[in-house]
Design a protein around this ligand. Structure first.
Ligand SMILES: *Cc1c(COP(=O)(O)O)cnc(C)c1O
Length: 354
């Protein structure tokens, strides 16, 4: 393999691998032996290195902490049934990372750092990819502003990092969701389409209140009427109504363009469903429920892939679903897993070999 990019690699002296308990992997808690780091200074990326996973040293005035220029991605590497180490659609995350960067007035990252750096890091720590069903290695690229002065302006310096975290199966089960009517995640002209840190900070209070009331997450609605549906927590949302799959369109920039969402649209069409990307409001959903044409509701995202929604609450109206009778979501999940694990043909070129 040609090394277009000179990445300095310093290996860890000892591995933490033998003390890892792969049967207990809370999401994102443990990190592998190495990380990738690069710095942006004087208009260019430099000091690209892979080194032992370690704390960062920073000044209290670090710009990202004060003014929020921070973006991230979430990607999965895993082993297929033949033992090949693969990454799922990393180029889509690479493109989205640079879309987020542009919106946050941050520099773009070159492909050879994001993709080739990720490849080399994952290769080095590939023994951390659990070769177990539904297990994966979660890849977290991150970029943040590193200027150390308090003037409010786009930082001139940035740090890019990639860290890796082994992940077990997503056990949370079918979700109970409440339609959010007070708080807003994203408004037109805002940053909803970017995977920037502030979006998540802003969403936590609504989720905390939902938890207190016995719900797992909220279904976000538009900022003016609180009727038009956006996303469910950190996942895109799909409804099967009268055998048509409906998901909110990306037009207004209030929705994160999920890679899983895109994969779901393609596979649902393959399964014979008509897929509509359009505005959908809660009255259409409750109306379909009352008529008996609301068949399935589910979320899509890298962490859970397809997450079934067994209960949806809007004001005092509670919609409950018999998820055992569902057809689309389980088949979609199976099709996606079959492609990833090598049981079905990768006809869209989604799999990236490490
Ligand atoms: C990351 C994310 C998603 C899911 O995107 P995937 O690429 O499918 O993982 C959906 N909504 C929000 C708000 C997200 O941050």
């Amino acid at each position: 393999m040609t090394e277009a990019l000179d990445i300095v690699i310093t290996k860890a002296e000892t591995s933490k691998l033998n003390v890892m308990d792969f049967d207990h992997l809370p999401f994102g808690r443990y990190f592998t032996d190495h990380m990738l780091e690069a710095d942006y200074e004087n208009g260019e990326w430099k000091n690209v290195e892979i080194k032992p996973y370690q704390p960062l040293l920073m000044e209290p005035s670090l710009s990202a902490l004060h003014y929020g220029q921070a973006i991230f991605e979430g990607i999965k590497a895993y082993k297929d049934i033949f033992g090949n180490a693969l990454i799922f659609r990393p180029y889509d995350n690479f493109k989205r990372f640079n879309i987020s960067a542009a919106r946050m007035s941050m520099p773009s990252i070159p492909e050879e750092i994001f993709i080739e750096g990720m490849r080399q890091l994952t290769e080095l720590d590939k023994n951390w990819i659990p070769a177990k069903k539904d297990h994966s290695l979660y890849i977290r690229p991150l970029m943040f502003a590193t200027d150390t002065e308090l003037g409010v302006k786009a930082s001139a310096t940035y740090k890019f990092l990639i860290m890796l975290s082994p992940a077990g199966p997503y056990h949370d089960g079918p979700m109970k969701i409440v339609v959010e009517e007070k708080y807003t995640r994203a408004a037109p002209g805002g940053v909803g389409f970017a995977k920037n840190a502030g979006n998540y900070g802003a969403s936590l209070l609504a989720a905390t209140i939902a938890h207190k009331n016995g719900y797992d997450q909220v279904l976000w609605t538009d900022s003016s009427e609180h009727k038009w549906l956006q996303e469910v927590g950190m996942m895109n949302v799909f409804f099967i109504i009268n055998n048509v799959a409906v998901t909110p369109s990306l037009n207004e920039g209030t929705i994160l363009a999920g890679v899983t969402r895109d994969s779901a649209i393609i596979l649902l069409e393959e399964m014979g469903y008509k897929v509509e990307e359009r505005n959908i409001n809660i009255d259409e959903v409750t109306g379909a429920y009352k008529k008996g044409t609301l068949q399935e509701v589910f979320g899509t995202g890298t962490a859970a892939t397809i997450a079934l929604i067994k209960e949806l609450k809007y004001k005092d109206f509670i919609m409950q679903f018999d998820i055992l009778s569902w057809i689309a979501a389980p088949e979609l999940k199976r099709k996606l897993t079959d492609i990833k694990e090598g049981r079905a043909k990768d006809k869209y070129g989604w799999l990236f070999k490490i």
